[in-house]
Design a protein around this ligand. Sequence first.
Ligand code: F6R
Length: 366
Amino acid sequence: ERGGYPHFMLKEIHEQPRAVRDTLRGRVSEDFSRVELPELGLSDEDLRAIDRIHIVACGTSWHAGLVGKAAIEAFARIPVNVEIASEYRYANPIVTDRTLVIAITQSGETADTLAAMREMKKRGVRVVAITNVVGSSAAREADSTIITWAGPEIAVASTKAYTTQLVALYLLAVRLGMSRQTLTADEAREVLTGLDNLPQVVEQVLDTAPQIESFAKRYKDAHDTFFIGRGIDYAVSLEGALKLKEISYIHAEAYAAGELKHGTLALITDGVPVIALAMQPELYEKTLSNIVEVKARGAFVLGLTWVGNEDLEKTVDEVIYLPKTLPLLAPVAAVIPLQLLAYYAAVARGNDVDKPRNLAKSVTVE
Ligand code: F6R
């Protein structure tokens, strides 16, 4: 049942090229000029009427939402808030009949996310669910549903659900942008071609596994680790840190790289591992200067950047090169080494990778 893999998590990490491909299938026109999401049940006119979006989710799905915000704001120029469901449901959020709520939930059964959806429906707000489970509560209760075709995810730590949530969000962002004409046909084609290429990208990134495994074995006894990045690299850092905590039990924190010097830099001392994401060319120089700051305090820095950016080698201790994508699509590539890092660290520490302590796959209680 684990298809020859020692754990479901590793199997699911390796299923990501297929999962991404299945989530794209039938949703991009052959000439890469249109996104087909009839399941949304929203016309161009409906989409043009939306004036704000609230993305609501928990945990890893919330992290996907952070990337979704960047894509929607870039392509459709609609302001997006990304909200933690357990907070949102009690926060009396400001919504109108022009608000769209997007609930992201792999299982479709997370209590807080469902409660937030119900609250919004009660207020007459339109709710779109992004879920991996056909027939789940979220799918049944939302006004419309975009299914991610990751297939069943067994390991408690979410991997392929996250990458397919990203794909669903990119598609929705392009659909919104095209309906509002904030995204030109050429720009849309560029994004859709980039999406179509992601399965191969992920395939190539999986080849970094031996390098990650070796790093994980060397750093398995670390007490603290830091993940830093800017923009959506920061969103991916949050996901990397959560994954590491969840299954390896190594303390990890994610920081917006520019925020480090406002306190956290005090924790960077000799040998502390820092995983630095430098996947955004526009932010590269700024991120690099933050990497220099942690290096100066003795950190051991593992950098992630795009193939061809050898410049990073001059500053960090080790580099993982990832295929170049459109910067906004880079999270799909960058998260994979972080999933692998959490996995190999957990294995090296002898943990129950698929069933980490204290955690359940589906959080159906508040
Ligand atoms: C972490 C993880 C959790 C879930 C969260 C929400 O690896 O899997 O953080 O993402 O519990 O679950 P869903 O998406 O089912 O609502």
